[in-house]
Design a protein around this ligand. Sequence first.
Ligand SMILES: [Zn+2]
Length: 108
Amino acid sequence: MSELLPCPFCGVWNNLSVKHDDGLSWVKCHGCGATGPETTKYSGDDGEPVTDWNTRAQQAKPVVDDAMVDRALIAWIGPLWSLLKDHTVKRLKRDMAMTLTAALSTGE
Ligand SMILES: [Zn+2]
């Protein structure tokens, strides 16, 4: 199988697979559940779905930066922000970055 670029939504690179069903093929990220783009042009060597996945991954721009994540978390948590432990802050920042990235990528 051709090399797959990391998931443009969550950054996972080692848990991706090509799926086939009902004449369609696509790449699935097992980190966040992102799929696609779907193609009917499966050639037997996973070429087309991998190419489509990699094209989208290359086009994806990092639209969420650290400042955006901080503003979203402060707005969400409010004054309690300063009471959180470092490891909790780190996890919340990662989760918020993934959530914002996914939301902005799908327009939801
Ligand atoms: Zn993902």
